[in-house]
Design a protein around this ligand. Structure first.
Ligand SMILES: C[S@@+](CC[C@H](N)C(=O)[O-])C[C@H]1O[C@@H](n2cnc3c(N)ncnc32)[C@H](O)[C@@H]1O
Length: 303
């Protein structure tokens, strides 16, 4: 984001708060993460008693929502168990996690391409990670390290590269993890299917959705071997949202199939263009793309 420090107050009764957004950036590199896109859609967020995010992923949007105090209660969810273990550990004790991650970082000062020295280092290091105990703290540390040191943050489906290990798994990335201490206090974190958050009753609820992209399905970005991307049922999501009792806003890639699902007078659509490309598991970059904001009828007009 261009503005690093901003002042927020959405009501005459609430004091203006100054937020340094550098402290609120996600420590994860997440394929399809929305850190750079926050200025596009967060102006459409409305204050609510409860904020819900069914597709949490790298957490960039949740952290922004907490930092800007859009609600008093927060509920975030994802269907990826390793990812949710990571976020639960951050919530419980981000400092212990950062300390463990720091202690597990080994120096590599060889050439930053696939040379013999790197392959030997990588194989030894991956074995070291594999030998860690299987409790939540160690699982979270392993998840974070792989997220930082695989190509494009693919974590479970990508290989470690020397360039990512040296350039992304840095002290400043660990610092960013540490900065999250206490930031998720009181947030309800669940592992499960998005539908629960769409239908659970609640008073004055605002939901932000960032599901797997429709046309990038072949890129298999989420879960082990892409199982949380491949076969995602967008027809079902549209059916669930049609019956959703709460206000909701979604960002998704713009294609004919998505337009057909939502342009039947029951949702508002607003196109926008993403000025940069995404990477798939083969390391190929897709074209910078047309995107859509879709919201419960009336929400975009009122913003
Ligand atoms: C586009 S990513 C979210 C990115 C996130 N907004 C960010 O900025 O990092 C989509 C997420 O949906 C999750 N997901 C896929 N299928 C799901 C399901 N049925 N229920 C809940 N989460 C699901 C994936 O694990 C992935 O983390």
């Amino acid at each position: 984001m261009k503005t690093i420090i901003s002042e927020i107050s959405d009501s005459p009764d609430r004091p203006v708060i100054t937020v340094d957004w550098r402290d609120w950036r996600s420590p994860l590199r997440y394929p399809g993460g929305k850190q750079k896109d926050l200025p596009i859609f967060t102006p459409y967020f409305r204050s609510a008693k409860e904020y819900r995010e069914p597709f949490l992923g790298g957490g960039s949007v949740l952290l922004h929502a907490i930092g800007s105090q859009v609600a008093q209660e927060f509920w975030a969810n994802d269907a990826n168990p390793l990812l949710m273990d990571f976020w639960r550990q951050v919530q419980t004790d981000a400092i212990a996690l950062a300390r463990l991650v720091r202690s597990l970082r080994d120096d590599y000062d060889g050439e930053q391409h696939k040379c013999d020295q790197w392959v030997a280092f990588r194989d030894r290091y991956q074995q070291k990670l594999a030998d860690l105990p299987g409790d939540r703290l160690h699982n979270a540390a392993r998840f974070f390290i792989l997220n930082r040191s695989t190509a494009s943050g693919l974590t479970e489906s990508g290989g470690m590269t020397a360039a990512a290990y040296c350039g992304r798994f840095t002290e400043s990335s660990i610092q960013r993890l540490e900065n999250l201490q206490d930031r998720l206090a009181g947030v309800r974190l669940t592992l499960g299917d998005y539908r629960e958050l769409i239908h659970a009753p609640g008073e004055d609820v605002f939901i932000f959705l960032d599901p797997p992209y429709f046309s990038a399905e072949q890129s298999r970005l989420y879960g082990r071997s892409g199982d949380l991307h491949k076969g995602f049922n967008h027809q079902q999501l549209a059916d669930e949202l049609r019956d959703c009792p709460h206000d909701w806003l979604m960002t998704i890639d713009d294609c004919d199939a998505i337009q057909d699902l939502y342009s039947n007078q029951w949702a508002d659509l607003r196109p926008w263009t993403k000025p940069y490309s995404m990477t798939n598991t083969q390391g190929r970059r897709s074209k910078a793309g047309r995107e859509l904001l879709i919201a419960k009828r009336g929400l975009l007009a009122n913003a």
